[in-house]
Design a protein around this ligand. Structure first.
Ligand code: NAD
Length: 317
Protein backbone atom coordinates (compact mmCIF):
# COMPACT_ATOMS: atom_id res chain seq x y z
CA UNK A 1 0.00 0.00 0.00
CA UNK A 2 1.38 3.45 -0.86
CA UNK A 3 -0.24 6.77 -0.14
CA UNK A 4 1.20 8.90 -2.90
CA UNK A 5 0.48 8.18 -6.53
CA UNK A 6 -2.00 5.35 -6.13
CA UNK A 7 -5.61 5.05 -5.04
CA UNK A 8 -5.50 3.13 -1.80
CA UNK A 9 -8.57 1.41 -0.57
CA UNK A 10 -9.37 0.31 2.97
CA UNK A 11 -9.97 -3.19 1.58
CA UNK A 12 -6.19 -3.42 1.15
CA UNK A 13 -5.68 -3.38 4.92
CA UNK A 14 -5.03 -7.08 5.44
CA UNK A 15 -2.67 -7.12 8.39
CA UNK A 16 -2.96 -5.05 11.52
CA UNK A 17 -1.01 -4.85 14.76
CA UNK A 18 -2.47 -3.68 18.06
CA UNK A 19 0.00 -2.66 20.77
CA UNK A 20 -1.43 -2.92 24.29
CA UNK A 21 -3.74 -5.84 25.04
CA UNK A 22 -5.73 -4.35 27.90
CA UNK A 23 -9.39 -3.40 28.01
CA UNK A 24 -9.32 -1.49 24.71
CA UNK A 25 -6.49 -3.18 22.78
CA UNK A 26 -8.05 -6.63 23.21
CA UNK A 27 -11.46 -5.34 22.08
CA UNK A 28 -10.05 -3.46 19.09
CA UNK A 29 -8.02 -6.52 18.05
CA UNK A 30 -11.19 -8.64 18.18
CA UNK A 31 -13.06 -6.11 16.07
CA UNK A 32 -10.32 -5.90 13.43
CA UNK A 33 -10.02 -9.69 13.29
CA UNK A 34 -13.75 -9.99 12.93
CA UNK A 35 -13.51 -7.68 9.91
CA UNK A 36 -11.13 -10.19 8.32
CA UNK A 37 -7.73 -8.70 9.18
CA UNK A 38 -4.89 -10.76 10.61
CA UNK A 39 -3.93 -9.11 13.88
CA UNK A 40 -0.71 -9.17 15.87
CA UNK A 41 -1.65 -8.25 19.47
CA UNK A 42 1.40 -7.15 21.45
CA UNK A 43 1.97 -6.15 25.06
CA UNK A 44 4.92 -5.71 27.43
CA UNK A 45 7.19 -8.59 28.37
CA UNK A 46 6.42 -9.86 31.89
CA UNK A 47 9.32 -8.87 34.17
CA UNK A 48 8.58 -11.42 36.89
CA UNK A 49 6.63 -14.61 37.46
CA UNK A 50 3.32 -14.49 39.29
CA UNK A 51 3.02 -16.59 42.47
CA UNK A 52 0.81 -19.01 40.53
CA UNK A 53 3.42 -19.40 37.77
CA UNK A 54 6.13 -20.05 40.34
CA UNK A 55 3.96 -22.74 41.94
CA UNK A 56 3.60 -24.36 38.52
CA UNK A 57 7.40 -24.46 38.22
CA UNK A 58 7.47 -22.16 35.18
CA UNK A 59 10.52 -20.11 34.24
CA UNK A 60 10.44 -16.46 33.22
CA UNK A 61 11.19 -17.58 29.65
CA UNK A 62 8.00 -19.70 29.69
CA UNK A 63 5.98 -16.78 30.97
CA UNK A 64 7.41 -14.52 28.29
CA UNK A 65 6.64 -16.94 25.51
CA UNK A 66 3.11 -17.39 26.70
CA UNK A 67 2.68 -13.67 27.29
CA UNK A 68 0.08 -14.04 29.97
CA UNK A 69 -1.26 -10.53 29.40
CA UNK A 70 -2.13 -11.00 25.78
CA UNK A 71 -3.31 -14.56 26.22
CA UNK A 72 -5.58 -13.54 29.07
CA UNK A 73 -6.98 -10.71 27.01
CA UNK A 74 -7.85 -13.01 24.14
CA UNK A 75 -9.44 -15.42 26.61
CA UNK A 76 -11.59 -12.64 28.05
CA UNK A 77 -12.75 -11.61 24.59
CA UNK A 78 -13.65 -15.18 23.74
CA UNK A 79 -16.02 -15.33 26.69
CA UNK A 80 -17.49 -11.94 26.09
CA UNK A 81 -18.39 -12.22 22.42
CA UNK A 82 -22.02 -12.39 21.38
CA UNK A 83 -21.11 -15.29 19.09
CA UNK A 84 -24.08 -14.91 16.75
CA UNK A 85 -22.87 -11.47 15.65
CA UNK A 86 -19.36 -12.57 14.89
CA UNK A 87 -17.36 -14.50 12.37
CA UNK A 88 -16.43 -17.65 14.34
CA UNK A 89 -12.98 -17.72 12.72
CA UNK A 90 -11.91 -14.41 14.24
CA UNK A 91 -9.91 -15.74 17.20
CA UNK A 92 -7.67 -17.73 14.86
CA UNK A 93 -6.65 -14.49 13.18
CA UNK A 94 -5.21 -12.99 16.39
CA UNK A 95 -1.61 -13.74 17.29
CA UNK A 96 -0.71 -12.56 20.81
CA UNK A 97 2.90 -11.85 21.74
CA UNK A 98 5.47 -9.64 23.43
CA UNK A 99 6.31 -6.32 21.83
CA UNK A 100 10.03 -6.80 22.49
CA UNK A 101 10.09 -10.19 20.75
CA UNK A 102 7.86 -9.29 17.79
CA UNK A 103 8.79 -5.67 17.03
CA UNK A 104 10.32 -6.64 13.67
CA UNK A 105 6.95 -8.11 12.60
CA UNK A 106 5.44 -4.63 12.81
CA UNK A 107 6.95 -4.23 9.34
CA UNK A 108 4.28 -6.60 8.01
CA UNK A 109 1.38 -4.51 9.30
CA UNK A 110 -0.65 -2.22 7.04
CA UNK A 111 -2.21 -0.53 10.10
CA UNK A 112 -0.76 -0.33 13.62
CA UNK A 113 -3.09 0.71 16.45
CA UNK A 114 -1.48 1.77 19.74
CA UNK A 115 -3.61 1.14 22.86
CA UNK A 116 -1.14 1.20 25.75
CA UNK A 117 -1.57 3.01 29.06
CA UNK A 118 -2.68 6.68 28.78
CA UNK A 119 0.76 8.22 29.41
CA UNK A 120 2.51 10.44 26.91
CA UNK A 121 6.00 9.22 27.87
CA UNK A 122 5.04 5.53 27.43
CA UNK A 123 3.26 6.18 24.14
CA UNK A 124 6.18 8.19 22.77
CA UNK A 125 8.54 5.32 23.60
CA UNK A 126 6.25 2.85 21.82
CA UNK A 127 6.10 5.12 18.75
CA UNK A 128 9.90 5.34 18.60
CA UNK A 129 9.99 1.52 18.36
CA UNK A 130 7.16 1.52 15.83
CA UNK A 131 8.93 4.14 13.68
CA UNK A 132 12.04 1.96 13.59
CA UNK A 133 10.15 -1.10 12.32
CA UNK A 134 7.14 0.08 10.28
CA UNK A 135 7.11 0.11 6.47
CA UNK A 136 7.12 3.62 4.98
CA UNK A 137 3.44 3.24 4.02
CA UNK A 138 2.15 1.74 7.28
CA UNK A 139 -0.61 3.77 8.90
CA UNK A 140 -0.16 4.27 12.66
CA UNK A 141 -2.97 5.37 14.94
CA UNK A 142 -3.36 5.86 18.67
CA UNK A 143 -6.42 5.08 20.75
CA UNK A 144 -5.59 7.83 23.25
CA UNK A 145 -8.56 9.23 25.14
CA UNK A 146 -7.30 12.75 24.65
CA UNK A 147 -3.53 13.23 24.86
CA UNK A 148 -2.04 15.63 22.31
CA UNK A 149 -1.67 13.84 18.97
CA UNK A 150 0.96 16.34 17.84
CA UNK A 151 3.09 15.68 20.95
CA UNK A 152 2.93 11.94 20.36
CA UNK A 153 4.28 12.32 16.81
CA UNK A 154 6.95 14.88 17.75
CA UNK A 155 10.46 13.76 16.82
CA UNK A 156 9.26 10.93 14.59
CA UNK A 157 10.22 10.56 10.90
CA UNK A 158 8.39 12.63 8.29
CA UNK A 159 6.85 9.48 6.85
CA UNK A 160 5.56 8.46 10.30
CA UNK A 161 4.02 11.90 10.83
CA UNK A 162 2.24 11.82 7.45
CA UNK A 163 0.75 8.42 8.27
CA UNK A 164 -0.17 9.13 11.92
CA UNK A 165 -3.54 10.09 13.46
CA UNK A 166 -5.80 9.31 16.40
CA UNK A 167 -8.51 6.68 16.01
CA UNK A 168 -10.36 6.92 19.31
CA UNK A 169 -12.60 3.87 19.78
CA UNK A 170 -15.06 3.76 22.67
CA UNK A 171 -15.58 1.03 25.24
CA UNK A 172 -16.57 -1.68 24.42
CA UNK A 173 -15.29 -1.34 20.84
CA UNK A 174 -17.56 -4.07 19.48
CA UNK A 175 -20.74 -2.20 20.49
CA UNK A 176 -19.90 1.49 20.58
CA UNK A 177 -20.52 3.09 17.22
CA UNK A 178 -18.39 6.20 17.47
CA UNK A 179 -14.77 6.58 16.38
CA UNK A 180 -13.17 10.01 16.67
CA UNK A 181 -10.46 10.51 14.05
CA UNK A 182 -8.03 13.27 14.97
CA UNK A 183 -5.42 14.23 12.37
CA UNK A 184 -2.41 16.40 13.19
CA UNK A 185 -1.22 19.25 10.97
CA UNK A 186 1.14 16.72 9.31
CA UNK A 187 -1.34 13.89 8.63
CA UNK A 188 -1.81 13.31 4.88
CA UNK A 189 -5.45 13.92 3.81
CA UNK A 190 -5.39 10.53 2.00
CA UNK A 191 -4.63 8.85 5.33
CA UNK A 192 -7.65 10.50 6.96
CA UNK A 193 -9.87 9.37 4.03
CA UNK A 194 -8.55 5.85 4.23
CA UNK A 195 -9.09 5.63 8.00
CA UNK A 196 -12.60 7.00 7.63
CA UNK A 197 -13.36 4.38 4.97
CA UNK A 198 -11.85 1.59 7.09
CA UNK A 199 -13.82 2.60 10.20
CA UNK A 200 -17.11 3.15 8.39
CA UNK A 201 -17.12 0.41 5.76
CA UNK A 202 -15.08 -2.35 7.35
CA UNK A 203 -15.71 -1.81 11.05
CA UNK A 204 -19.27 -0.45 10.86
CA UNK A 205 -18.51 2.69 12.86
CA UNK A 206 -19.73 6.26 12.68
CA UNK A 207 -16.83 8.68 12.32
CA UNK A 208 -16.39 12.20 13.64
CA UNK A 209 -13.30 14.15 12.64
CA UNK A 210 -12.18 16.04 15.74
CA UNK A 211 -9.51 18.62 16.48
CA UNK A 212 -6.39 17.91 18.54
CA UNK A 213 -7.73 19.55 21.72
CA UNK A 214 -7.48 18.01 25.25
CA UNK A 215 -9.82 14.97 25.32
CA UNK A 216 -11.19 15.80 21.84
CA UNK A 217 -15.01 16.03 21.82
CA UNK A 218 -16.78 13.02 23.35
CA UNK A 219 -14.54 12.54 26.36
CA UNK A 220 -14.51 16.22 27.20
CA UNK A 221 -18.30 16.31 27.42
CA UNK A 222 -18.63 12.79 28.86
CA UNK A 223 -15.97 13.23 31.50
CA UNK A 224 -17.37 16.60 32.57
CA UNK A 225 -20.80 15.05 33.15
CA UNK A 226 -19.24 12.11 34.96
CA UNK A 227 -17.31 14.31 37.37
CA UNK A 228 -20.40 16.28 38.31
CA UNK A 229 -22.45 13.06 38.70
CA UNK A 230 -19.79 11.43 40.83
CA UNK A 231 -19.52 14.21 43.36
CA UNK A 232 -23.26 14.89 43.54
CA UNK A 233 -24.36 11.27 43.78
CA UNK A 234 -22.02 10.22 46.53
CA UNK A 235 -22.47 13.57 48.28
CA UNK A 236 -26.22 12.96 48.54
CA UNK A 237 -25.63 9.58 50.14
CA UNK A 238 -26.90 7.42 47.27
CA UNK A 239 -25.20 4.05 46.90
CA UNK A 240 -23.59 3.16 43.58
CA UNK A 241 -26.23 0.41 43.09
CA UNK A 242 -29.05 2.91 43.66
CA UNK A 243 -27.47 5.40 41.29
CA UNK A 244 -27.10 2.76 38.56
CA UNK A 245 -30.68 1.55 39.09
CA UNK A 246 -32.01 5.11 38.84
CA UNK A 247 -29.90 6.16 35.86
CA UNK A 248 -30.09 2.87 33.89
CA UNK A 249 -32.99 1.27 32.00
CA UNK A 250 -35.51 3.33 34.00
CA UNK A 251 -34.19 6.33 32.09
CA UNK A 252 -33.87 4.51 28.78
CA UNK A 253 -30.13 4.01 29.26
CA UNK A 254 -28.15 0.74 29.47
CA UNK A 255 -27.72 -1.19 32.74
CA UNK A 256 -24.12 -0.01 32.77
CA UNK A 257 -25.36 3.57 33.06
CA UNK A 258 -23.04 5.27 35.53
CA UNK A 259 -20.79 3.55 38.06
CA UNK A 260 -20.76 0.17 36.33
CA UNK A 261 -19.63 2.06 33.23
CA UNK A 262 -16.77 3.72 35.13
CA UNK A 263 -15.66 0.27 36.32
CA UNK A 264 -15.68 -0.92 32.70
CA UNK A 265 -13.62 2.05 31.55
CA UNK A 266 -11.02 1.52 34.29
CA UNK A 267 -10.64 3.97 37.18
CA UNK A 268 -6.88 4.40 36.62
CA UNK A 269 -7.53 5.30 32.98
CA UNK A 270 -10.15 7.78 34.14
CA UNK A 271 -7.62 9.49 36.42
CA UNK A 272 -5.24 9.86 33.46
CA UNK A 273 -8.05 11.38 31.38
CA UNK A 274 -8.98 13.86 34.13
CA UNK A 275 -5.31 14.82 34.64
CA UNK A 276 -4.88 15.37 30.93
CA UNK A 277 -7.56 18.05 30.67
CA UNK A 278 -6.55 19.74 33.95
CA UNK A 279 -2.88 19.90 33.00
CA UNK A 280 -3.47 21.16 29.45
CA UNK A 281 -6.43 23.49 29.93
CA UNK A 282 -5.83 27.22 30.01
CA UNK A 283 -9.23 27.85 31.59
CA UNK A 284 -9.11 28.05 35.44
CA UNK A 285 -12.81 27.07 35.74
CA UNK A 286 -12.19 23.96 33.69
CA UNK A 287 -9.08 23.11 35.69
CA UNK A 288 -11.18 23.24 38.88
CA UNK A 289 -13.87 20.90 37.48
CA UNK A 290 -11.20 18.45 36.34
CA UNK A 291 -9.68 18.11 39.84
CA UNK A 292 -8.99 14.49 40.79
CA UNK A 293 -12.06 13.10 42.62
CA UNK A 294 -10.87 11.82 46.04
CA UNK A 295 -12.97 8.66 45.74
CA UNK A 296 -11.22 7.70 42.49
CA UNK A 297 -7.79 8.27 44.01
CA UNK A 298 -8.71 6.14 47.02
CA UNK A 299 -10.03 3.23 44.95
CA UNK A 300 -7.07 3.22 42.55
CA UNK A 301 -4.56 3.43 45.43
CA UNK A 302 -6.23 0.32 46.89
CA UNK A 303 -5.86 -1.56 43.58
CA UNK A 304 -9.56 -1.28 42.76
CA UNK A 305 -9.16 -0.12 39.16
CA UNK A 306 -12.46 -1.56 37.92
CA UNK A 307 -13.50 -4.64 35.99
CA UNK A 308 -9.97 -5.48 34.85
CA UNK A 309 -8.89 -5.83 38.52
CA UNK A 310 -12.09 -7.62 39.58
CA UNK A 311 -13.18 -4.66 41.76
CA UNK A 312 -13.82 -0.94 41.44
CA UNK A 313 -16.93 0.93 42.61
CA UNK A 314 -18.45 -2.54 42.74
CA UNK A 315 -16.58 -4.91 45.02
CA UNK A 316 -16.87 -8.04 42.90
CA UNK A 317 -17.24 -7.80 39.15
P1 NAD B 1 -5.43 -0.95 30.16
O1 NAD B 1 -4.79 -0.47 31.41
O2 NAD B 1 -6.57 -1.91 30.25
O3 NAD B 1 -4.34 -1.61 29.17
C1 NAD B 1 -3.14 -1.02 28.84
C2 NAD B 1 -2.22 -2.12 28.37
O4 NAD B 1 -1.04 -1.52 27.85
C3 NAD B 1 -1.79 -3.09 29.48
O5 NAD B 1 -2.06 -4.42 29.07
C4 NAD B 1 -0.30 -2.84 29.63
O6 NAD B 1 0.44 -3.98 29.97
C5 NAD B 1 0.05 -2.36 28.22
N1 NAD B 1 1.28 -1.59 28.13
C6 NAD B 1 1.73 -0.64 28.96
N2 NAD B 1 2.91 -0.18 28.52
C7 NAD B 1 3.20 -0.86 27.37
C8 NAD B 1 4.28 -0.85 26.44
N3 NAD B 1 5.30 -0.03 26.62
N4 NAD B 1 4.24 -1.69 25.38
C9 NAD B 1 3.20 -2.52 25.19
N5 NAD B 1 2.15 -2.57 26.03
C10 NAD B 1 2.15 -1.76 27.10
O7 NAD B 1 -5.87 0.39 29.39
P2 NAD B 1 -7.05 0.59 28.35
O8 NAD B 1 -8.28 0.96 29.10
O9 NAD B 1 -7.08 -0.54 27.38
O10 NAD B 1 -6.56 1.93 27.63
C11 NAD B 1 -5.64 1.88 26.54
C12 NAD B 1 -5.73 3.20 25.79
O11 NAD B 1 -7.07 3.38 25.29
C13 NAD B 1 -5.43 4.43 26.65
O12 NAD B 1 -4.80 5.38 25.87
C14 NAD B 1 -6.83 4.89 27.07
O13 NAD B 1 -6.88 6.26 27.42
C15 NAD B 1 -7.61 4.61 25.80
N6 NAD B 1 -9.05 4.43 25.95
C16 NAD B 1 -9.58 3.74 27.00
C17 NAD B 1 -10.96 3.57 27.09
C18 NAD B 1 -11.58 2.79 28.21
O14 NAD B 1 -12.82 2.85 28.36
N7 NAD B 1 -10.83 2.06 29.03
C19 NAD B 1 -11.79 4.08 26.09
C20 NAD B 1 -11.22 4.75 25.01
C21 NAD B 1 -9.85 4.94 24.95
Amino acid sequence: MTIQGSRRSASLIRRAAVIGSGVMGAGIAAHLANAGMRVLLLDVVPQALTAEEEKQGLTLADARVRNRLAAAAVGRMGKAQPAQLYDPAWTARIMPGNLADHAAELGEADWIVEAVVERLDVKREVFAAVDAHRRPDTIVTTNTSGLSAASMAEGRSESFRRHFAVTHFFNPPRYMKLVEIVPTADTAPEVVSLLREACEKRLGKGVVIAKDTPNFIANRIGTFGMLVTLEDTLGYGLTVEEADALTGPAMGRPKTATFRMLDLVGLDTLLHVVDNVRERSENPGERAVFARPAVLERLVAGGRTGEKAGAGFYRKI
